[in-house]
Design a protein. Sequence first.
Length: 67
Amino acid sequence: MKVRKLLVELFNAMFPSALAYANFMCMIGFLLAMISSAQQKNPLLTVISALGTLYCLNEWERRIKNA
């Protein structure tokens, strides 16, 4: 029971709102796209995915700080 409570508190600290959760999932998606495009040696898509990842990370951090 203590582990469950700890995990719930951690989740609530990481995702104070639904938009923070959406930003985090978007960041993970862009990160996976960046890895895939880098493996395929597609530099333009890699750069676009990296910028998307950084944008989502910035938005996620902003939502955590404002909560």
